[in-house]
Design a protein around this ligand. Structure first.
Ligand code: TA6
Length: 317
């Protein structure tokens, strides 16, 4: 049985040896490593081909006393500030609660963690003190370049269970050369800094490194590409034509299930970076958050019902 907050590492090392023959033929990146903390069921590291896909702050607090800055925090059962008068907790209690590892794949490529209402500090439950739920979260290395995340929320109580959520993923990128392609046009968004709403005509978010960006984009149902500008030749391999600069190379594609129909895009830039004790002053240059979410219209699970969502992250280099 694992201690609270213990980190579990899943590797693909052995398989690589076997798969090298196959993988070289099919998908270039050949090895994948993942670590996950029971504190917040938090994926802290994922590497592909020996390179970090996720960003973890050098100042992240890993002793379980607060949410981990970086990796994939789970915002649940609310996103953003709490609307409950007794709670000032941002992004819900899931990321600051200790989950239990209830299953580990024999091949070491995946695990499942669970959080029940009884696992949550009652002081953090806010408007959920009458709710009875079981959340199961599975994290799997799908192949040498893909990671799969699945969440199932069961309402085991006798009152409806409303919630919003986000997979608040931090990706390690050179922020100044990144664009986030929503692969849709006329995307409605809420600017969380100004509170104003707008429409992103071309469906591309860029300008990271120039200013703080904090957008909730609604109705984003197509896969999202985090693209870096690294030159013509690679662009052809992915066929990323039209809409944005042709000489871009996709680094990560985010494929979310239908229920996750919103996407949050965030980079803290200078001032917010300095304001966060668990984040380096210059680290905004190394990351972008692209968060598959359900924010605009919360999910409501009837008593005895359940709701599921999934996410696939794929790396192309
Ligand atoms: O997802 C973007 C956001 O809501 C930003 O507004 C910013 O506050 C960020 O989350 C980080 O929140 P945290 O509570 O982890 O400091």
């Amino acid at each position: 049985m694992c201690r609270a907050g213990c980190v579990r590492s899943l590797t693909l090392a052995v398989v690589v040896v076997v798969v090298v023959v196959v993988v070289v033929v099919v998908t270039p990146p050949t090895s994948s490593f993942l670590s996950c903390s029971e504190h917040g069921a938090h994926v802290t590291n994922w590497t592909v081909g020996g390179r970090d896909v996720l960003f973890l702050s050098s100042k992240a607090v890993l002793d379980g006393s607060k949410a981990i800055r970086g990796g994939i925090p789970l915002c649940f059962p609310w996103f953003g500030p709490s609307t409950h008068p007794d709670s000032s907790l941002q992004h819900g209690f899931a990321r600051v609660s200790n989950w239990r590892c209830v299953d580990e794949q024999q091949d070491g490529r995946g695990l499942t963690m669970e959080l029940k209402d009884s696992d949550v500090d009652p002081a953090l439950l806010a408007g959920y003190s009458d709710s009875k739920f079981v959340v199961r979260y599975s994290v799997k290395i799908l192949d040498g370049s893909s990671l799969g995340l699945e969440m199932v929320v069961k309402n085991v109580g006798d009152v409806p269970l409303p919630f919003s959520l986000a997979f608040h993923s931090y990706f390690r990128v050179a922020a100044a050369s990144v664009e986030v392609r929503l692969n849709a046009t006329g995307v409605r968004f809420l600017d969380q800094l100004s509170g104003s709403e707008g429409v992103n005509a071309g469906g591309v978010v860029e300008g990271f490194g120039d200013r703080e960006i904090d957008l909730v984009c609604y109705g984003v149902t197509n896969p999202i590409d985090i693209v870096t500008n690294e030159g013509e030749k690679r662009a052809k391999s992915k066929g990323t034509e039209g809409g944005a600069s042709a000489n871009a190379t996709t680094v990560v594609t985010i494929d979310a299930s239908d229920g996750l129909r919103d996407a949050v895009v965030w980079n803290p830039h200078v001032a917010k970076s300095k304001a966060m004790a668990d984040f380096g002053d210059e680290e905004y240059r190394e990351m972008v958050c692209v968060e598959s979410a359900r924010v605009e219209t919360p999910v409501v699970v009837r008593a005895g019902g359940e709701w599921a969502c999934s996410l696939r992250l794929r790396v192309f280099r």
